[in-house]
Design a protein around this ligand. Structure first.
Ligand code: ADP
Ligand code: MG
Length: 298
């Protein structure tokens, strides 16, 4: 999935713990096989290959994920959009880019973007991308989904407490062996060795999207790897967005969305959602929070 997973479980001994962790890893690999757009044999790649050509029958699991992703697009007025993927030829965040793409190429890149052009058929369990060249990608939601599924599996197997850490995206359940809640630190993006504050989480996920890890600097302006599907330009203005939600999938998708929506729209949207909170740090290093969150700054 292009990122490291770290799994922590509370168990009676290390043999039992390792056995459970192996099962969780297998589950994450299984999901990667289904949703990866790098793997040409995945069902997701098959959907992409057949864009503008024909419908593709997929597993219910993938169908449902696409359906939920579209739901999040509607909730965020298109700030979140799995069809962003056709724009990835324009912007590269691996250091190889030295100049701004042309306005024309940016405009052309968004012509294949738009969740409205994903056609679902529930009865036949098919997905069809209407436009040739259209592509979907689960970069902003897949890690969260995989973490939720791994957690679910461990709970089913009787693991009472643990953490799935997907490169900093935390998904926890239960309490620590000493009875205390798991705690997460909000990192200060201006100084990675310093935390802004600590928050207890008992059963839920905390996901951060930030442009301090993957970005490109052009003409002294920092462009993040999160792209506004409506304009084709990378989102700017915020440095990090952390979302708390019962599920990692939702937290993951919303963190990306708030990044695109910006501070005002993002916060007002989050404030309308039950059990979802967020912490935003803008370019100047100023911290903003949703209505029901209290963090103890260190
Ligand atoms: P991170 O990889 O830092 O955890 P995110 O969860 O925010 O970040 O996901 C960013 C990834 O999501 C990008 O690398 C890209 O693959 C994809 N993406 C970029 N913009 C969007 C968007 N507007 N909607 C959906 N996915 C996006
Ligand atoms: Mg995300």
């Amino acid at each position: 999935m292009g990122s490291d997973f770290e799994i922590t479980v509370v168990a009676k001994d290390s043999i039992a713990a390792n056995n459970q962790i192996d099962r969780a890893i297998a589950e994450i690999r299984r999901i990667e096989k289904l949703i990866s757009s790098w793997d040409s044999t995945s069902q997701t790649s098959e959907i992409n290959r057949n864009a503008g050509i024909k419908v593709v029958k997929v597993d219910k699991e993938l169908y449902d994920l696409v359906e939920r992703a579209i739901g999040i697009s509607k909730l965020t007025d298109g700030a979140f959009d799995i069809t962003y993927a056709s724009m990835d030829r324009i912007w590269r965040f691996d250091g190889s880019m030295t100049q701004m793409p042309t306005t024309d190429s940016i405009e052309a890149s968004v012509s294949k973007v738009g969740y409205e052009n994903i056609v679902l058929n529930k009865k036949n369990q098919t997905v069809f991308l209407k436009l040739p060249g259209m592509k979907i990608g689960f970069g902003a939601i897949g890690k969260g989904y995989a973490a939720d599924k791994a957690k679910l599996l461990l709970i089913k197997n009787g693991v009472s407490s643990g953490i799935i850490n997907a490169s900093g995206d935390m998904n926890t359940w239960g309490v620590r062996p000493n009875g205390e809640p798991w705690k997460v630190a909000i990192t200060n993006p201006m100084n990675k060795n310093k935390a802004y504050g600590m928050l207890p989480i008992t059963d839920g996920a905390v996901v951060t999207s930030g442009n301090y890890e993957k970005f490109v600097t052009l003409n002294n302006k920092r462009y993040s790897h999160i792209i506004d599907p409506r304009t084709g330009y990378p989102a700017s203005g915020l440095i990090s967005v952390t979302v708390f939600a019962p599920k990692a999938e939702l937290a993951d998708a919303l963190a990306t969305s708030v990044f695109v929506m910006g501070k005002e729209v993002g916060l007002s949207r989050i404030n309308q959602l039950p059990k979802v909170e967020c912490v935003i740090i803008d370019e100047k290093g100023t911290l903003f929070t949703s209505n029901h969150i209290k963090i103890d700054t260190l």
